[in-house]
Design a protein. Structure first.
Length: 266
C-alpha cells in the first residue's frame, strides 16, 4: 500500500506499523502547514486487517470531503485533504486488468432469477450507504453521476468476467489506479470522483476487529429460482424446524397419556 502525495511522490506504507505525518522533524513525513509550530498532524496505521487514519490534536482532516473525527478506516482510492495538500491511498499490488472484449450491457430480467452465486457493488455513497447492488449474468449496474465532477460507468458480466466501462475519454480509479475498461475482482474499490463502491462476492466477507458486524463467510448475494410448490414445501419445513421442540414435547405428552390410560384400563 502506498500514499501518493500531490499526485507526485509516493510513500510506501510498512506491512505492519505506522507512518507519522507532521511538521516536526521527528515525523516520518514532513508536511508544509500554515501553522509554523512543530507538531504531529496524523498517522496512517497499516496492518493485515485494515489501513487506519488517526488524527492528532483535533487537526482538521477530510477524507473524500468528509471530516474525520479522531480515526477512520482508509480504502484504496481514498483521498486525504489537509489544508491545500492532498494524499491518495493507492494499492499498487492490485492493478486493474484491461479488458479487450467488446462491452455489452445486459438487460435486466426481474422475473428470471439466477441459480448461482453473483457479485455485487457495495455503496459508500451518502444516499445509499451500505446498499449492495446485485450484478449477475442477467442484469447490470449503471452508476449515474452524483455531481458535476463525478464520472458515470457501467458494470456487466462479459464472458464470466465482471467488467467495468466508464464514460468515453474519461477514467476512474480502481484501488487508486486509473482505469477505463477493466475486469473487476472481489475486493476492488471503485472511485469515480464523488462516488465510491466496493466489489463483493458471496462468502468472502471476513471478520476483523474493524468490522465486527460482518461475520466470516456470510452469503451476501444469493438468488434462487423457485416455483410455488417448492416455496410451500420450504415454508412447511421452516415451520417444523422452528417448532421442533414444542412438537417433540407434545408428542411425548401424548405417548405418556396413552401409557397411563392403558395401565388404568388394565
Amino acid at each position: 500500500m502506498q500514499v501518493e502525495v500531490k499526485n507526485k511522490d509516493s510513500i510506501q506504507l510498512p506491512l505492519l506499523g505506522h507512518v507519522i505525518f507532521g511538521t516536526d522533524q521527528i515525523c516520518d513525513v514532513i508536511m508544509d502547514s500554515e501553522i509554523e509550530s512543530p507538531r504531529k498532524i496524523f498517522s496512517i496505521i497499516h496492518d493485515k486487517n485494515a489501513c487506519v487514519l488517526e488524527v492528532f490534536n483535533d487537526e482538521t482532516i477530510h477524507i473524500n470531503d468528509l471530516l474525520v473525527i479522531e480515526m477512520a478506516i482508509l480504502h484504496p482510492g481514498d483521498v486525504i485533504y489537509f489544508e491545500d495538500q492532498t494524499l491518495k491511498i493507492v494499492n499498487e499490488n492490485r492493478l486493474p486488468q484491461n479488458c479487450s472484449i467488446p462491452f455489452k450491457l445486459n438487460v435486466s430480467d426481474d422475473e428470471q432469477h439466477l441459480l448461482t452465486s453473483v457479485s455485487g457493488l457495495r455503496s459508500f455513497n451518502e444516499a445509499s450507504n451500505g446498499e449492495l447492488t446485485i450484478v449477475g449474468e442477467h442484469n447490470s449496474f449503471t452508476h449515474k453521476p452524483l455531481s458535476e465532477k463525478d464520472i458515470p460507468f457501467s458494470v456487466s458480466y462479459i464472458k464470466d468476467n465482471l467488467t467495468l466501462l466508464c464514460k468515453k475519454d474519461e477514467t476512474i480509479e480502481i484501488n487508486g489506479n486509473k482505469a477505463n475498461y477493466v475486469i473487476l475482482r472481489n475486493g476492488d474499490y471503485i472511485s469515480s470522483g464523488t462516488a465510491k463502491f466496493c466489489v463483493e462476492s458471496p462468502g468472502t466477507s471476513s471478520f476483523s476487529k474493524y468490522s465486527p458486524s460482518h461475520p466470516r463467510n456470510i452469503q451476501l448475494s444469493e438468488e434462487y429460482l423457485q416455483d410455488e410448490d417448492s416455496q410451500q414445501n420450504i415454508t412447511k419445513e421452516s415451520f417444523i424446524k422452528r417448532n421442533m421442540w414444542w412438537l417433540t414435547l407434545l408428542l411425548g405428552l401424548i405417548v405418556i397419556a396413552a401409557i397411563l390410560l392403558y395401565l388404568k384400563n388394565n
